[in-house]
Design a protein around this ligand. Structure first.
Ligand SMILES: [Zn+2]
Length: 419
């Protein structure tokens, strides 16, 4: 990664720091979960922190104002490429191999709100006017994240939903339009990767099915009751005819007994597409109170389906919720402060901070999932991830790192093994 940072474009007049120092500082701010530029600047005032940082990264730590100046001019695609190279490396090294679903990497598509402003923040803001005439301005982002059943969620491509370059009378950008651009990016970054796309009820439309077919991607997509009317009619008829195409399994954990009841249908047609359908009724019974509650999930897929395969399809379709739970939730609430306005005025800088956050989140997830740290956290230390970061920061400002210790650590070949 550090090699990628050396080659970042440089438009600055005064060059006090090298590009890799500026890029790394942006990423490190999120790795240490500082929450704001100001907090990281305060850390920087401490000579021991600065010295340890210097030894750990082999780079000086610039003031965040210098990073901000640099990020206002740096094209977003450059940091995105750093992120893509990291994930490609993990894929090549087969680190994520065991989380493939039937030979395919699970990639979730999901959008989220990033920041809201009372006043126009930049030319690219989306805007919304409420009934009482108040206009708010905001930025939304669409993400493709590689998911693992162990709970990791790694950004592989980002597309901003934004009015950049649009004239005021044109229609605002939207998630569907952004998906077309995002899909092109994914194909460009990962041309031969076997992918199964998982997406929510906004997506099952001819355009989405076409893109998946063109790119040779599998998909598992949520079907809402009201959408694709002609297909819904076919489904309700076929459901009665093929009522025996069912499967049931029971799962038990510490607190709950879960019964999954799936029904499936094959070779349905929607326009020129042939697709398969699965409905899963989940019944959860609390062991303690005996209380029951039910949930229903319906998915469409172009993956093969039968009584053995249908539960796996439904499980994978539902993994998408993890992008909210594990991914966005972690980035909003667990120290990364996704919605904090790292750049109050500049859209370009804001996008670069966002990429830094994604890179840092990938690194931190790998650290926590690595066999060594995972075992220490669960068996030896028995404290939370949050506490580990607190300890890390106090270590950085209180303990002097010796060059010789680092040399010893890095001398042997380092391999990431994940739990
Ligand atoms: Zn804006």
């Amino acid at each position: 990664m550090s090699q990628d940072l050396v080659t970042l474009s440089d438009f600055r007049q005064r060059k006090q720091y090298r590009t890799q120092e500026l890029g790394m500082a942006g990423i490190a701010m999120f790795m240490f979960k500082e929450g704001s530029r100001n907090a990281f600047n305060n850390e920087r005032k401490d000579p021991r922190f600065r010295d340890n940082y210097n030894k750990l990264f082999g780079l000086s730590l610039p003031h965040m104002d210098s990073v901000d100046d640099f990020f206002r001019q740096l094209p977003e695609t450059e940091l995105e490429k750093v992120k893509v190279n990291m994930v490609s490396h993990l894929i090549r090294k087969k680190v994520l191999e065991s989380w493939k679903f039937r030979g395919h990497y699970v990639v979730a598509i999901d959008g989220t709100g990033m920041a809201t402003f009372d006043q126009r923040h930049c030319d690219s803001c989306l805007s919304k006017t409420s009934k009482n005439g108040v206009t708010s301005y905001f930025h939304n982002v669409l993400e493709a994240k590689l998911l693992t059943t162990s709970g990791m969620s790694l950004s592989i491509a980002t597309e901003w939903i934004s009015n950049e370059g649009k004239k005021s009378y044109q229609k605002q950008d939207c998630e569907q339009a952004a998906f077309v651009r995002l899909a092109a990016k994914i194909k460009n970054y990962f041309p031969r990767l076997p992918i199964v796309m998982v997406a929510d009820g906004l997506y099952p439309k001819a355009g989405f099915f076409n893109i998946c077919r063109q790119n040779n991607w599998k998909y598992i997509v949520t079907l809402k009751d009201g959408s694709l009317k002609s297909l819904q009619e076919e489904i309700s008829w076929e459901k009665r005819v093929n009522h025996k195409q069912k499967s049931e399994i029971t799962r038990v954990d510490k607190t709950t007994v879960t019964i999954l009841n799936c029904q499936w249908l094959k070779d349905l047609s929607y326009r020129e597409h042939t697709l398969n359908w699965v409905e899963c009724i989940e019944e959860n019974t609390s062991k303690k109170t005996g209380e029951k509650h039910w949930q229903r999930f319906v998915h469409l897929t172009n993956m093969d389906i039968d009584s053995n395969l249908c539960i796996g399809i439904s499980d994978t379709g539902r993994l998408r919720q993890k992008i909210e739970n594990e991914g966005f939730n972690a980035q909003k609430n667990h120290g990364y402060a996704l919605e904090h306005k790292y750049s109050r005025v500049d859209f370009q800088a804001m996008r670069n901070y966002y990429q830094c956050l994604q890179i840092a989140h990938i690194i931190n997830q790998l650290v926590v999932a690595s066999k060594t740290i995972n075992t220490l956290l669960k068996k030896t230390w028995k404290f939370t991830e949050k506490h580990l970061w607190k300890r890390l920061l106090s270590f950085m400002s209180e303990v002097a790192i010796f060059e010789s210790e680092l040399t010893n650590l890095t001398a042997s070949r380092f391999q990431i093994r994940l739990e």
